[in-house]
Design a protein. Structure first.
Length: 115
């Protein structure tokens, strides 16, 4: 996993406002659509990651993020938020566990704490 970058709070706001993620066909696929253009839809298998490219930046959704989102977080967080939690943990060299992902999602920000 190279070139991983965590999203800024503004990026997360942008992705959450612009994109919606929905599980379809008995959780076999993720339907991604733009809230501005509801007829512009793409379908991705839950068996592999995918990317979303925008004018602002590119977001790579990993298989791990998809699995976690489906298993634990789909009713509370967006797929972009789960991916960003994973990316934040990776770039700060933290172990990825259920507890660390829970903690990162609960923070609701990517700003680093000042000591």
């Amino acid at each position: 996993m190279s070139n991983i970058r965590a999203l800024t709070d503004e990026d997360i706001y942008y992705f959450n406002k612009k994109y919606k993620f929905e599980l379809i066909e008995n959780n076999k696929y993720i339907l991604v659509y733009c809230s501005n253009y509801p007829n512009r839809k793409t379908i991705h298998s839950v068996d592999s990651g995918f990317s979303i490219s925008t004018n602002r930046r590119k977001l790579k959704i990993s298989k791990k993020a998809i699995d976690l989102w489906i298993e634990k977080y789909k009713d509370k967080y967006t797929l972009a938020e789960v991916q960003n939690a994973l990316s934040s943990l990776i770039v700060t060299y933290q172990n990825i566990s259920d507890e660390s992902v829970d903690s990162q999602l609960a923070r609701k920000t990517n700003k680093i704490k000042e000591i």
